[in-house]
Design a binder for this molecule. Structure first.
Ligand SMILES: C[C@H](O)[C@@H](O)[C@@H](O)C(=O)CO
Ligand SMILES: [Mn+2]
Length: 606
């Protein structure tokens, strides 16, 4: 049993320089004095206050910090007050804008014109004053000017004095805000490419244009020799290393060595590998976000880190042909805990697959949870399973399963040993308990690396994800002439009977973590059957995020102008900027492509 005595939550904090983006609320109003404006001031400002309160009570940043709303100092009746609000928002670091109004106001005179800040407008559904008329007018202005905005219009008429936010409006406010905060929080951060291209995987040809134009991020590149320099010159916190080593020895149990006996290495070599992979873990983290401890040791430059909200490690092959593989490092950094306590995951893609790293980042930004990185390895049809095991697949697995498995980078949270309402779950790190940490560790074995693949050794993470978790798999793919596209599939993790699992797992690599995934089928297109989901996947990897977050991903992609090429989210959950309607309302997928192409990447420049 893992020992979690004294394990504490490291309180949510900002790892990066500067403040967290705030949500700016803009109450707009009919500017006519001598009656009209005065009669609306209170109601309008109350709408702004209600939205601010609702969001502050119901949304957290991805790092667990509370969100902060800033309301314009006055209602906005015209351009002077719009400029005043913009000035206040710039001063306060606003990254998300929500305009609210119960009445008619002057569209282009009151609108938010900042092209980089995601925008929504809630037009009150009442009829004493026409909030919806303003909503329509200002959305038309947004569309005409190429500044897409999300329209929120409640379904049912409210009375003028009603200060409540209807449930359908709440749902849209939340969907918009979560995605908009994701946009704001990744902006200005980096992807850290540690190493180069892994085994010709195109996602590890890290493309700065994509990161800059679509995500507002930069790419930092370092050579993996930096790990060796830091290890040999002792550029890591020695006290932490000793503590980490003790913790790993006590809590990370080594499973059986699966290599043929003649290839197996000595205990001494394994112990050396443990030391090395712990150092790699600390160094990768320090490279990503810095470490003040290094400055105390005289390494001021290294102490700063690369401002990386996500990173990738090449590993294969030049590194792993000689040194221990990155599996332990990737697993631990992606998990919601380590020897320091329960803490925010660091998002790290194996094989430096930056496009899968971005999918992991999206999932983390939207939920605060740890992510599983996996190969989309095998579709097992019911017939093939029957042939190989003699058993029928049943229940959720009856139509076949997809085997998600890669040697590294699956967070230990991926064991599914946390619980929500008594069911297996992956929770935002700030909700994870020490007992759940112990269960995740107990469900995991660290098994000596497959020496056929990894000549330098190391330890791979071996667990099987518990079934019954709602999850979403996703990935960004880049296509020449088209640009990036997002694909996703909502579904469930399933558990197979132990004997069936064993036979299938042994055919693959039993030293790696397995997630059995079943997508929700719609009977149409890519979701005709499980085989077609697998067959339509655009690359070798997927990011697995707990929860059905397809709708949130679609909203986020529309903000960044990344079209969604494959999804199984029902139309009633899809929320995109109002301009998307102008590109066609019958075929939403085609309209998405046309809209993304017409507006171009959020931060694109010619
Ligand atoms: C060990 C192998 O090279 C695996 O890492 C390989 O199958 C992949 O993961 C490819 O994405
Ligand atoms: Mn892989």
């Amino acid at each position: 049993m893992a020992n979690v005595e004294g394990m504490k939550l490291i309180p949510p904090h900002n790892r990066f320089k500067g403040g967290m983006p705030k949500i700016g609320i803009r109450p707009t109003i009919d500017g006519r004095r001598r009656g009209v404006r005065e009669s609306l001031e209170e109601q309008t400002m109350n709408m702004a206050k209600a939205v601010a309160k609702f969001l502050e009570e119901n949304v957290r940043h991805y790092n667990g910090m509370p969100v902060e709303c800033v309301i314009a100092d006055t209602c906005i009746g015209g351009v002077a007050e719009a400029a005043q609000a913009a000035e206040k928002f710039a001063r306060e670091g606003v990254g998300v804008s929500i305009t609210v109004t119960p009445c008619w106001c002057y569209g282009a005179e009151t609108m938010d014109m900042d092209p980089f800040i995601p925008k929504a407008i809630w037009g009150f559904n009442g009829t004493e004053r026409p909030g919806a008329v303003y909503l329509a007018a200002v959305l038309a202005a947004h569309n005409q000017k190429g500044l897409p905005a999300f329209g929120i219009y409640g379904r049912d008429v409210q009375d003028a004095g009603d200060t409540t936010i209807p449930d359908d409006v709440k749902e849209k406010l939340l969907r918009f805000t979560k995605a908009a905060l994701a946009v704001a929080n990744m902006r200005g951060k980096s992807y850290l490419s540690m190493g180069g291209v892994s085994m010709g995987i195109a996602g590890s040809m890290v493309n700065p244009d994509f990161f800059e134009s679509y995500l507002g991020m930069r790419v930092e590149y370092i050579d993996e020799t930096e790990f060796i320099r830091r290890i040999e010159e002792g550029i890591y916190d020695k006290e932490e290393f000793e503590r980490a080593l003790r913790w790993v020895k006590a809590n990370c149990k080594e499973g059986p060595d699966n290599n043929p006996p003649e290839m197996q290495v000595s205990r001494e070599k394994k112990d050396k590998d443990w030391e090395m992979v712990i150092k790699m873990t600390m160094i990768a983290r320090d490279l990503m976000v810095g470490n003040p401890k290094l400055a105390e040791m005289g390494f001021e430059e290294e102490a700063l880190g690369h401002n990386a909200i996500v990173a990738g490690f090449q590993g294969q092959r030049q590194w792993t042909d000689h040194f221990p593989n990155g599996d332990f490092m990737e697993t631990i950094l992606n998990s919601s805990f380590d020897w320091n306590g329960i803490r925010q995951p660091y998002i790290l893609a194996t094989e430096n697959d930056s496009l899968n790293g971005v999918a992991m980042l999206f999932g983390h930004l939207l939920t605060g949870t740890a992510q599983i990185f996996a190969d989309v390895r095998t579709y097992w049809s019911p017939e093939a399973v029957k042939r190989v095991t003699g058993k029928e697949l049943t229940g959720l697995a009856a139509n076949g399963v997809i085997h998600l498995i890669n040697s590294g980078s699956a967070a230990l949270d991926g064991t599914g040993q946390q619980t929500k309402d008594g069911k297996p779950a992956i929770k935002p790190f700030w909700e994870v308990t020490p007992e759940e940490v112990a269960r995740c560790l107990d469900a995991t074995q660290f098994r000596y690396a497959n020496l056929g693949y990894f000549r330098g050794g190391g330890f791979s993470t071996d667990f099987t994800t518990r079934g019954g978790m709602p999850v979403t798999i996703s990935r960004i793919n880049i296509v020449k002439g088209l640009g990036p596209v997002l694909q996703l599939a909502e579904g469930y993790t399933v558990e197979l009977p132990e004997d069936v699992h064993d036979i299938l797992d042994k055919r693959t690599d039993p030293t790696w973590p397995t997630t059995w995934f079943v997508p929700i089928l719609t009977g149409k297109g890519a979701f005709k059957d499980v085989y077609t989901v697998m067959n339509s996947w655009g690359a070798n990897h997927a990011a697995v995020c707990y929860g059905h977050i397809g709708a949130e991903l679609i909203t986020l992609a529309s903000m960044l102008r990344i079209p969604v090429c494959m999804h199984n989210v029902s139309e009633d959950r899809i929320f995109r900027p109002s301009a998307w309607n102008a590109f066609g309302t019958n075929d939403l997928e085609g309209a998405d492509y046309r809209a993304c192409a017409a507006f171009g990447p959020l931060y694109g420049r010619k």
